[in-house]
Design a protein. Structure first.
Length: 238
């Protein structure tokens, strides 16, 4: 399986090439804007440096949200264009799912009861999802204020519940954690703090394909984005 993974859902733009579960190349740049100009040259560079051609790829994986309204649309447009033009299956990957795959149950650093995936939304609220130790969603993903989220979380835990936090919104979430549950949180390692990038997307696509659950669509433009937020600006209907 040869996968091209694309992500521009946050304040960076990244492309990765994965061959049979191994990352062969990655191109990444931090940017607050300019994703639309940067993404195609980055794709070309990643493919060229990996010594493959587009016709070799068996899948193109792209993030479908939540994340930056504009960034998600840019990555999706690039992925759809390549998938349709070169007859390559298109694989939609949730940003929550991509970050969650970092937690390898048999090989994880420390056991936990609940996993909180917190993604930076560049607003006061965060994109947050809560899962149990078997990866079952117990609080569905959403754009939510930290205080509102903690009200929901307290109903699920007691003083013995251990909670692991991953994602680039983790620090912001923990800053607002109530004092009476702060000891429930496990120490956050550096890898868990890192923002989503295309390598996460590639690993997630590979895992899903291995489990025969891949959300792939060949030659179809119908893959949609889950923004969770409305855009900051909308055009007048007048």
């Amino acid at each position: 399986m040869l996968t091209l993974a694309i992500d521009s859902s946050s304040s960076s733009c990244s492309v990765a090439v994965m061959s049979n579960g191994i990352i062969s190349n990655k191109v990444q740049a931090h940017m607050e804007r300019g994703h639309g100009t940067a993404i195609m040259p980055m794709i070309q560079k990643a493919i060229c440096q990996s010594n493959f051609s587009l016709s070799d790829f068996t899948g193109i994986a792209v993030t479908i949200g939540p994340g930056s309204f504009t960034g998600l649309r840019i990555a999706m447009a690039a992925a759809k264009g390549l998938a349709i033009t070169h007859t390559i299956p298109l694989i939609g990957i949730s940003c929550f799912e991509a970050v969650a795959q970092r937690v390898n149950q048999p090989d994880r650093l420390s056991p936990y009861d609940l996993l909180l995936i917190a993604l930076n939304s560049k607003r006061e609220d965060l994109y947050i999802e809560c899962r149990d130790s078997l990866n079952k969603k117990v609080i569905p993903g959403g754009a939510v204020n930290s205080n509102v989220f903690f009200v929901k979380l307290k109903k699920l835990i007691d003083r013995h519940t251990s909670i692991r936090v991953i994602g680039d919104g983790g620090a912001q979430l923990l800053e607002n954690a109530p004092v009476d549950i702060y000891d429930n949180f496990l120490p956050v390692n550096e890898k868990d703090k890192e923002p989503l990038d295309a390598t996460d997307v590639a690993h997630c696509a590979y895992n899903e394909a291995s489990n025969s659950k891949t959300n792939s669509q060949k030659n179809t433009p119908n893959l949609t984005i889950d923004y969770l937020h409305s855009p900051d600006f909308t055009l007048s209907k007048n």
